[in-house]
Design a binder for this molecule. Structure first.
Ligand code: ASP
Length: 299
């Protein structure tokens, strides 16, 4: 069982989604769980929408229209058949935001934030799963909120590991035997079934949670960089990719600002000694960086 995680940059347009499908088609053999973020910069846009709603700004509907337009443009490029059920599915998913912003904002802002911002992940995974489904018939969309259980600290949900692991083992592992599963990063739910989020950039962490609970063989984070670099290419002209990294160094790098891996990601997979690959979705044949326990896995 392997876990692939794709961030917003990898699904920012129709070509990005097509590229994911070719990476998936090259994946041979064992079980695969795909964790996907919201498309492009949609989380930022939904954050804007949330504050416009909470502050009673007039442009709330305008921002929402931009979010919808972005997704429908992408759908139109991916699906020549406009009767495909995905169009209605996405319309219906966005209705949840319509209902919410019709009412006065009375709930706590962080709660409202999670109910709105999480929709980015829901629509992106529905679109990718539907597209992959046109190419192969073993694709299954799964709602991560049925598996990732948190407390009700909205915007920074604290994972209930015991419940999460039990549900994943009971409900998700059997589905993975016969299906490639597509699910969301970043989101979970409370014991009352309200949506929570795990903190910005939290999809890497979701991939780590699923991997740890499924005892995955490896996790691959597909990025727009060749792997973990020894310096930030924004500031340095010459950078080098680090092919092997210990978990310890990966944590250090993440905490000291290398934005390649989310800091919370490493611990759960280190505990289970699961190798973490960072690879380029622009050059999927390149090996990228692998983080693992270098004591036990000398190259
Ligand atoms: N979509 C969320 C964000 O942009 C989570 C993620 O991409 O990891 O923060």
């Amino acid at each position: 069982m392997k876990i692939y995680k794709f961030g917003g940059a990898s699904v920012k347009d129709a070509d990005g989604v097509r590229n994911i499908s070719s990476i998936i088609q090259n994946h041979k053999g064992n079980e695969l769980l795909i964790v996907i973020s919201a498309m492009g910069k949609i989380t930022n846009k939904l954050e804007e929408l949330t504050s416009a709603y909470i502050n009673g700004q007039e442009d709330v509907h305008q921002i929402f229209e931009e979010v919808k337009l972005y997704h429908f443009n992408l759908l139109n490029q991916l699906f020549s058949n406009h009767d495909h059920p995905i169009f209605n599915d996405i319309i219906n998913t966005f209705v949840e935001i319509d209902w919410l912003i019709e009412e006065e904002p009375e709930d706590a802002p962080d709660y409202i934030y999670d109910q709105i911002v999480s929709i980015g992940e829901i629509v992106s995974t529905k679109i990718v799963a539907a597209y992959l489904g046109t190419l192969q018939n073993n694709i299954k969309w799964i709602d991560a909120r049925n598996f990732i259980h948190t407390d009700n600290t909205y915007r920074e949900g604290l994972v209930n590991w015991e419940k999460t692991e039990a549900e994943i083992k009971k409900g998700l592992a059997p589905i993975l035997k016969n299906n490639i599963v597509v699910t969301q990063g970043f989101i979970g739910s409370t014991s009352e079934n309200f949506t929570t989020t795990l903190g910005r950039e939290g999809s890497d962490y979701s991939a780590a949670i699923f991997s740890a609970c499924l005892d995955a063989e490896s996790v691959t984070i597909w990025k727009d960089v060749p792997g973990v670099l020894n310096a930030d290419p924004k500031w340095f002209d010459v950078t080098e990719m680090i092919p092997h990294l210990s978990y310890h160094d990966a944590i250090e790098l993440a905490y000291y600002g290398a934005t390649v891996i989310h800091p919370k990601t490493i611990k759960p997979i280190q505990n289970k000694n699961i190798p973490l690959y960072v690879r380029s979705f622009l050059n999927p044949d390149a090996p990228g960086t692998v983080s693992k326990d270098l004591k036990n896995h000398l190259p």
